[in-house]
Structures are given as structure tokens and as C-alpha cells.
Design a protein around this ligand. Structure first.
Ligand code: 7PJ
Length: 284
């Protein structure tokens, strides 16, 4: 039904799961507060992820962790624009993780290929900022606001509620004139959800995202991994890769991860098990 995703300068094949590498440009993700230093490190990190095989890069200038400080549109643009410019010729589509319409307009002007909105293009201004472009749009579910969303998440039926939100959001985009080939849906792991909610959504991924649009899953290093392994964020590689594979097995089209090389290795082995042609030419 959807063999490809219209993603700005690129038409992405969705025949195998794609890996989206995360490039954070927030002060808390770098040891040095110096802006120039931060930009160079982020560009280098992005290039490294492309070398590891990333299919897409997702650049974010605002931390959405529970309790994180809000930043102005100007500050967000100041952080990410030079990183975008440094990565535009890296050979893969660039996505920007933002919920600010003004940031969306400016980065689209700069040439990015995808807008990833954790607020699901819920504001009419966000829809206006992206409708006439040819970028891909990732529409994510969130309950509440980043600062407070983890205080008391509640659902009567998390899978049905997330599905209804995503379907309504996609309908809003379509009604605004957005082509179906530009839309990707994301259950929003960790955004106003308990560990039990997150695992229910992962188990029922096909039901949570529906069959009309491709899906994006972001579970990398999240608290749902720490909740079961007891490990801090920098020791969640094994758990994150397991969750990414489980998402791929349930049909996820794009996996948003920190650890690109390890995730791709896991996908390579997992794919070969069900497709003997993939191991036939390999050395013994
Ligand atoms: C997600 C995201 C996600 C999408 C973040 C983190 C938190 N965008 N941005 N999906 N998570 N589409 O990476 O831990 O799950 S920021």
C-alpha cells in the first residue's frame, strides 16, 4: 500500500526497516557549553552515524525530557541551523525534531527533508508551515505536556486511544492537502506513558498505528528499557536493540535510535534468518 515515503529530496523505499540516527544539539548533550564547539561535535556525530549506515538523521535542538527547560524558536534555530547546513550534503535525508511552526518554516527553507513533531501537528500553524512543502511528516502521539506528562499518565485503552489520535491527526493533515505519501505515524513511546503503557503499545504496534500509513518507533535508551533492566541510559544498548527488533518484527518502518551500527547489525542478522538468499553468498 505504501512502498515509498516522500521525504523532501528523497523517495525512501520502505521495503526494509530504515534506521534514523539521533543527533542532539542541546547543551545538556555536550560537556562543553561553547556553541561553536557544540555545532562541530553535532556535525561530526551526524557524519559518523551516516558512516555507520543511518538512512535518515533526526536533528533536535530542544530537549523534551520530562522537566526540561523550554527554549525559544530563535534559540532552537540558532542551535540547529548550522548543524543542518553542515549535514545537508551528507547523502541522507535530514529530519528536524521540532514542534515550533517558525522553526519548521526556517528549516524547510534551509532544505531539510522531514519534520518530526512530537505534538503531532496539533496546531493549525504547524500544519500551515508544512502543508505546501514536499517533506515527510512524522506525527507522534503524546499525552499531556513534556514537563508534566510522566506524573500520572492514564488511559482506559492505551492502544485504542493512541490509534484514534494518530488517525485523527493524519485525517487533519490530509484535509489540509498533505499527500498520504508524506505521512508517518508514531505511538510516542515515553510521552505521557507508564512502562506498562509503552509495552502494551509495542506488543500491539500494528493495532496502535493502523495499516494506512508507515510507522516510526523510538524506544532507544528510554526509561521503558531502564524500567525492566534497572540500567541507566548509557547502559541500555542491549535492551534498546531488543526493543527495536521487536518493533521491526511487528512491521515498524523507521527505527529512531542512538546506536545505528548495532541496530543495523541486529537487523541484518534478523532479516537473514527468514531470507536464506541473504546468507548464501557469505563466507563460511
Ligand atoms: C521521540 C522523538 C520518539 C519521535 C524523542 C528521546 C526523547 N520523536 N523525539 N519519536 N523521542 N518521532 O529520544 O529519548 O519516540 S526525544
Amino acid at each position: 500500500m505504501f512502498a515509498t515515503l516522500q521525504c523532501g529530496r528523497f523517495q525512501l523505499s520502505l521495503k526494509r526497516p530504515l534506521v534514523m540516527g539521533i543527533v542532539n544539539v542541546t547543551p545538556d548533550s555536550f560537556s562543553d557549553g561553547n556553541a561553536h564547539f557544540r555545532v562541530n561535535q553535532a556535525i561530526e556525530h551526524g557524519l559518523q552515524l551516516v558512516e555507520e549506515g543511518a538512512d535518515i538523521l533526526d536533528i533536535g535542538g530542544e530537549s523534551t525530557r520530562p522537566g526540561a527547560q523550554a527554549v525559544s524558536a530563535d534559540e532552537e534555530i540558532f542551535r540547529i541551523l548550522p548543524v543542518i547546513q553542515g549535514l545537508l550534503s551528507a547523502g541522507v535525508p535530514l529530519s528536524v525534531d521540532t514542534c515550533k511552526p517558525e522553526v519548521m518554516r526556517q528549516v524547510l527553507q534551509a532544505g531539510v527533508d522531514m519534520i518530526n513533531d512530537i505534538r503531532g501537528f496539533s496546531s493549525p500553524q504547524a500544519v500551515d508551515a508544512v502543508r505546501e512543502a514536499d517533506c515527510a511528516l512524522c506525527l507522534m502521539h503524546m499525552q499531556g505536556e513534556p514537563r508534566t506528562m510522566q506524573q500520572a499518565p492514564h488511559y482506559d485503552d492505551v492502544v485504542a486511544e493512541v490509534r484514534a489520535y494518530l488517525a485523527a491527526g493524519a485525517r487533519r493533515l490530509r484535509d489540509a492537502g498533505v499527500a498520504a505519501q508524506r505521512i508517518v505515524l508514531d505511538p510516542g513511546f515515553g510521552f505521557g506513558k507508564t512502562a506498562a503503557h509503552n509495552y502494551a503499545l509495542l506488543h500491539h504496534l500494528p493495532q496502535a498505528v493502523g495499516a494506512d500509513y508507515p510507522s516510526l518507533v523510538g524506544v532507544s535508551r528510554k526509561s521503558m528499557i531502564g524500567a525492566l533492566t534497572g540500567r541507566p541510559a548509557n547502559q541500555r544498548l542491549g535492551g534498546s536493540v531488543a526493543a527495536a527488533l521487536a518493533a521491526a518484527a511487528r512491521g515498524a518502518h523507521i527505527l529512531r535510535v542512538h546506536d545505528v551500527a548495532d541496530t543495523l547489525d541486529a537487523l541484518t542478522i534478523w532479516s537473514a534468518i527468514d531470507d536464506p538468499t541473504l546468507s548464501q553468498g557469505a563466507a563460511a
